[in-house]
Design a protein around this ligand. Structure first.
Ligand code: MN
Length: 490
């Protein structure tokens, strides 16, 4: 998926310098593109497109970028000076993610070589300022990255932004398959699906559970045998109840067939609507998530879509991204932790160990005991993410966390679990999260960063709230108050 996308390097200039300078600029832009692609620090291909000198050239490259499905964004830079009124018509029409890369061809100022010719060729320091002004004036959602292009940290920042931009592209074509409605009476999993489609592009629609049951009944024993082999290779069987596991395989195959037939990359279901099904999908949903599909329990299509988007953004990374729910706290003064889990459905991509397939009764949903994957999440820095509908606007809430090895073995807990330390600390974090209206369902990711989610939210033009090690309850309250004012004005 990431390999399918490219970003276009558009270098600003003008005719003032004569053809020789323009040829040098173009040759260097191509050289920088080739070297950046060779570093391995960019997840998508960079394509040098044009040294733009006129309004028409810029308008044309923007038009082409808007219409090319491979192009996930443009990256601009001004080796020389590019008068910014030339960019207005193109920028007004730009519909793709935009990054302004404020860099310079040479790292150091040379002593002997520097004269006025050198200065006129190497003037990004003021060329990029003129370029940046017009985007500020136009209030464009953009990423500004400054630094030397051969520095690895700078290259990695561009690579990180590319992943956020791919998240934008993925979001705009995302289809979510709903089996059943939201859990009765729950507020935070609701939302305006029309507004979400306008803002984020998601097509969220429902399919009958009866159609899923029909599709399940049409799954063959051979198809189930093949998936059972996959389960055996990836997981440890901690049950002799093979028929129950085979039933999950049947559910997985049927859900995958229905999603693939419709081009859906995310789904939701609810234990309150399992008509004709023997088990709530547990292992089935978990293994679908492991393959990149988004999932949300209790009809939570927003968290399902966010799981799919964050999995797309972090493609090829190994930390893991999972549907999660804050379940219960450890409030000992010296050991304050959140324990996250779900009834069944935590993605095994976050597992610290080989997940075990187990069968246990489930008190909720009035069905047979379902097979599920049980494991501990691994330690490491991560984020939890929640998208809520505030009525008239969407708010994305991100909290920094540090996952730990669970401090207790909890041998009688029959579900996957992740334990973490929340920032700035457990209780202030809870106060901030609740003040912001964050949901009980989240996406937990070890791979996607808060900066990427901020970039994504900016490109999607939705509100962003970040709870960090420095956040206080007071600062959060003030930010939410100011955000309310700002978003009313927008
Ligand atoms: Mn839940």
């Amino acid at each position: 998926m990431l390999r399918d996308y490219e970003f276009w390097f558009v270098v600003g200039s003008q005719f003032l310098y004569g053809p020789e300078v323009l040829e040098t600029v173009a040759a260097r832009a191509q050289e920088m593109t080739d070297k950046l692609n060779a570093t391995g620090n960019l997840p998508c291909r960079l394509v040098y497109k044009v040294t733009a000198k006129t309004n028409q050239e810029i308008t044309e490259v923007v038009r082409e970028a808007n219409h090319d499905p491979k192009c996930a964004g443009i990256i601009t830079w001004c080796h020389t000076f590019s008068p910014s009124k030339m960019w207005i018509n193109g920028f007004v029409d730009l519909q793709k993610p935009y990054c302004h890369f404020a860099t310079q061809y040479n790292r150091s100022i040379p002593n002997e070589e520097i004269d006025m010719d050198f200065m006129n060729l190497n003037q990004a320091a003021h060329g990029d300022r003129e370029h940046g002004f017009i985007a500020a004036r136009l209030r464009m959602p953009r990423k500004v990255i400054a630094g030397y292009w051969e520095d690895e940290d700078v290259q990695k920042r561009i690579g990180s932004w590319m992943r956020a931009a791919v998240g934008v592209m993925f979001s705009k074509s995302l289809k979510v398959m709903r089996f059943g409605d939201n859990m009765r009476e729950v507020a935070v999993t609701e939302g305006d699906k029309v507004e979400v489609q306008i803002k984020l592009g998601w097509q969220v629609n429902t399919w009958p559970v009866g159609k899923l049951v029909d599709t399940m009944n049409a799954v063959t024993e051979e198809e189930i045998d093949a998936l059972m082999e996959t389960y055996r290779s990836e997981y440890t069987f901690n049950t002799d109840d093979i028929e129950t596991v085979r039933y999950q395989a049947r559910e997985e195959i049927a859900m995958k067939k229905m999603m693939d037939a419709e081009g859906c990359k995310a789904f939701s279901n609810t234990f309150q609507d399992l008509y004709g099904m023997k088990q709530l999908p547990g292992l089935a949903s978990q293994h679908l998530m492991a393959q990149g599909y988004g999932y949300g329990g209790e009809g939570d299509w927003k968290v399902s879509a966010m799981t799919a988007i964050m999995k797309a953004m972090s493609e090829g990374m190994t930390g893991g991204t999972a549907f999660m729910e804050d379940y219960t706290y450890n409030l000992d003064p010296d050991a304050k932790y959140s324990l996250g889990a779900h009834m069944l459905e935590v993605c095994p991509s976050v597992a610290a160990e080989k997940p075990r397939i187990e069968v246990h009764p489930l008190g909720i949903g009035d069905r047979e005991p379902p097979a599920r994957l049980v494991f501990e999440g691994h330690a490491g820095p991560a984020i939890v993410v929640s998208l809520v509908d505030m009525g008239g606007r969407l708010r994305l809430i991100v909290q920094d966390i540090e996952a730990v090895k669970p401090i207790l073995p909890m041998p009688n807990l029959p579900v996957a679990r992740v334990m973490w330390k929340a920032f700035p600390n457990l209780t202030t974090g809870v106060e901030c999260w609740i003040a912001a209206g964050g949901a009980h369902h989240t996406v937990l990711s070890y791979d996607v960063t808060a900066e990427q989610m901020k970039d994504w939210a900016r490109m999607m033009d939705i509100e962003f709230v970040h709870i960090t090690k420095d956040t206080t309850a007071e600062s959060m309250e003030q930010q939410l108050f100011l955000n309310d004012l700002a978003w009313k004005l927008k």
